[in-house]
Design a protein around this ligand. Sequence first.
Ligand code: GDP
Ligand code: ZN
Length: 347
Amino acid sequence: MRLEDLGWDASFSSAFEPFERAGLRPGRISRTDRRSFRVLTGQDELHAEVSGKLRYHTPEWPVTGDWVVLRGDSPVIDTVLPRKTELSRKTAGEQTGKQVLAANVDVLFLVTGLDRDFNPRRIERWLLLAGECGAQPVIVLNKADLHPDPDWAAGEVRQLAPAVPVTVVSALAEQGAAELIRHVRHGETAALVGSSGVGKSTIVNWLLERDAQLTQEVRKDDGRGRHTTTSRELIPMPGGWLLMDTPGLRELQLWAGEDSLDQTFEDVANFAAMCRFRDCRHEGEPGCAVTEAVSGGDLDEARLGSYRKLQRELAYLARRQDEWAAAEEKRRWKRIHKAMRQGGKRL
Ligand code: GDP
Ligand code: ZN
């Protein structure tokens, strides 16, 4: 396995340059356990400790998914290379204010269940979290077997953020895996987040089982077991991507303690529905019911503020998604041209 298969890219490589000149080597954290770490180097999976200069639970403290610089034979983690993305939890009452849970996640599957807990407003909040993290969001509607019309539900969700991919699966019926995995490219890392009970563990087990079957086929002859993979939190999958599954991510909840999710912006949305113009931005347009509600004291100005923040985030995500789509289209044409040069082989 090469470093590239683990997600190593030009930006990590250039950040690593000075360390390379000093004879050090890079690795990627596959599991953390208080002060001890497991690191994938491409050749091995090593055990490492942190150097004395890293302070416990600061943002520089290594987390699963981090690329780190290793020093010595029984290696010590010297430095954490700058992260591409960072999933963190706001911590109450602490000076630092955030605890980093995972690093360098490229694709974030936002899982919700299509059962009676189905709640598009909650998906908006998960989208916001993906925006803060920097990962590409993919909305996963699980438990399709429990919904009379999953495609209708998917359509509803698409309206929230038209440019974010929505995919429908049933982990229980083992349906939709290929469609799900399609969103992760070679060397990319994907993680699942979502409220408790939506089926994250079931999806992970399902993907791993599928992985085990594929792996058995691939490795029929070399007799190597999969004994180490089960305890990993960062798992190289046979399709060439990495699945991240840490206890912290499974338990990640939306802004616990902040306003309850069930009432998320429904108040603002109800007023907005009464604005004269359908595309009202509530910034002083005539006939704006939202501004009216604020000046009449029926709507808290701070609520309007966070509503706007969400809208901005969703617009930002839509723009990002457009860029991704354009890049994907470019790659697709590159593949097509390459195949044409190779003589019309089927893609
Ligand atoms: P997590 O808390 O997000 O990890 O959720 P779990 O994976 O523990 O799943 C919660 C419950 O939902 C379990 O009882 C699962 O069997 C059930 N579940 C998960 N996926 C599906 C699905 O696709 N269809 C149905 N009907 N149930 C599911
Ligand atoms: Zn308005």
